[in-house]
Design a protein around this ligand. Structure first.
Ligand SMILES: Cc1ncc(COP(=O)(O)O)c(C=O)c1O
Length: 388
């Protein structure tokens, strides 16, 4: 579909990623299942310009990869069976034995696990850096540093990183930068437009939006890096089901409406949490008194539905009582779907640079699409349970 340079992102998510001429005029693509692709001419069997096998995707996949490349300003997109797989694909495609990688200490846990177990076994050294390090990251760079991995904000402790400052240092040293940008869904921050080389999404979250899809994406700023991703994707034999892609396409069309509502609701809930005596700290970068507000408001246009709180240390042994008393917030490890979720993050926190203050249990809330008053009443129910 034709779009001008000024087409706003909300419109891009509606108009982009469509190819009606290839699909009998229908707005949406078919779920094109298949392993075998048939050729009419023997000369085409080894023609690299043609898709030759099911692992390379289908017209269904093309709609989503086109849409994601376009909305993120990338040269190309590959889809992976999960968000975690998008992360590991980037690590495997950019690193080799003897290399060094810098990873934010606030990184999504399974990413840390992959670095500590798999990359280490392959002879790649990982150094974790404090997420708010800014341009001082230069002090961590070694002659063999090949990749700087960012996640802004970290999905549990929500520290915002100074992405432009880190990118500037990386470019000076010719180091690739990759970011897990799932928190902003690739819309509230545009990493490739502020110089990051690779943008990773767990499409499982906001894009799928209905808690029924596992999917990831890797969008690269330039074609050389994109081709590296395509090659590693092929070498690993990664295939993505067209059903998952189709469900994601269905979800993504309404994503902007959902995420803006979740953003508004989460801010209200975070403000409510600030009034509660049971809470020592609310971590939400869009709150004006947040440590990260200045950088967040410079680099982001919104915040989505995720925030965390520290429960008072003296109440922290009752965190399970609070969680068990909720009637609307369900307990589950994901986020970005239609339903509100909560977890105690404390048992999964792994840090090389831990916060020195004893702050109590860290509880993360993912706000869904329920009525806001009902959600606040549920939070009150949890605080009442703490009194018993
Ligand atoms: C920040 C972040 N990145 C990546 C992932 C991985 O996504 P998936 O569950 O699709 O593997 C998650 C999942 O919780 C996440 O929170």
């Amino acid at each position: 579909m034709k779009q001008s340079e000024n087409t706003k992102i909300e419109t891009q998510f509606i108009q982009g990623g469509k190819n009606p001429k290839n699909q009998d005029g229908y707005v949406n693509p078919p779920v094109q299942r298949g392993s075998t692709i048939l050729f009419e001419r023997a000369e085409d069997l080894y023609n690299d310009d043609l898709r030759s096998y099911g692992l390379e995707g289908s017209v269904t996949h093309d709609n989503l990869t086109d849409l994601l490349s376009q909305t993120m300003g990338g040269a190309g997109c590959v889809l992976t069976p999960s968000g975690l797989n998008a992360i590991t694909l980037v690590l495997l495609a950019t690193l080799k034995s003897g290399d060094h990688i810098l990873v934010s200490d606030s990184i999504y846990g399974p990413n840390r696990r992959f670095c500590d177990l798999v990359l280490k076994g392959f002879g790649v050294e990982t150094t974790y850096y404090p997420p708010r390090i800014s341009d001082k990251i230069e002090e961590f760079i070694k002659p063999n540093t090949k990749l700087i991995f960012l996640e802004s904000p970290g999905s549990l402790t929500l520290e915002i990183q100074d992405v432009p400052a880190i990118v500037k240092v990386a470019q000076k040293h010719n180091i690739i930068t990759a970011i897990d940008d799932t928190w902003s869904a690739g819309v509230f921050m545009q990493p490739l437009k502020i110089g990051v080389d690779i943008s990773i999404q767990a499409l499982t979250k906001y894009q799928g939006g209905h808690s029924d899809v596992l999917l990831g994406s890797v969008v690269c700023k330039d074609i050389t890096l994109h081709n590296k991703m395509v090659a590693m994707h092929k070498n690993l034999g990664l295939g993505v089901s067209p059903e998952e892609v189709w469900l994601c396409l269905r979800g993504i069309r309404s994503m902007m409406l959902r995420i803006k509502h979740q953003d508004m609701a989460a801010r209200k809930m975070a403000q409510y949490m600030q009034t509660r005596p049971e809470i020592t700290q609310v971590i939400h970068p869009a709150l004006e008194d947040s440590e990260d507000y200045a950088i967040w408001s410079r680099d982001f246009t919104g915040a989505g539905g995720l925030f965390s709180v520290y429960l008072k240390p003296e109440l922290s042994d009752k965190v399970n009582t609070m969680l068990n008393s909720y009637q609307i917030f369900s307990m589950g490890f994901s986020w970005g779907g239609f339903e509100s979720l909560v977890i105690d993050c404390t048992p999964q926190l792994r840090r090389n640079f831990p916060n020195k203050e004893q702050k109590g249990a860290l509880v993360r809330y993912a706000i869904g699409l329920e009525n806001i008053d009902d959600l606040i009443a549920d939070l009150e129910r949890g605080f009442e349970a703490l009194k018993v």
